[in-house]
Design a protein. Structure first.
Length: 95
């Protein structure tokens, strides 16, 4: 959650349907957070990631945005390339 954690927590507690929808999106937000954290930690822009992946900055922006939309899910291969561009390795786990 953001700097307004208390407000969001109160809204979620007051509205079970909203909480269910929020919880359903948690994995996507966690994945997006991991991508953005890796890019930020590497000190790279979307354009620099794109260059390392052999694609365009707009494709990287779409990739980052796709994790919170229902339009498209990135392939494992694409996520692996993104991770490598950030100097990381992709790890997928089931819990």
């Amino acid at each position: 959650m953001s700097h307004d954690d208390g407000k969001v927590a109160r809204q979620l507690a007051a509205n079970p349907e909203l909480k269910a929808a929020y919880d359903a999106l948690a994995p996507e937000y966690e994945a997006l957070d991991a991508l953005l954290h890796a890019r930020k930690e590497a000190g790279l822009t979307q354009a620099q990631i794109a260059e390392r992946m052999g694609t365009t900055a707009s494709a990287v922006a779409r990739l980052e945005g796709s994790l919170i939309s229902e339009k498209h899910s990135p392939s494992i291969s694409t996520l692996r390339k993104y991770a490598k561009a950030c100097g990381k390795t992709l790890r997928i786990s089931l819990v």
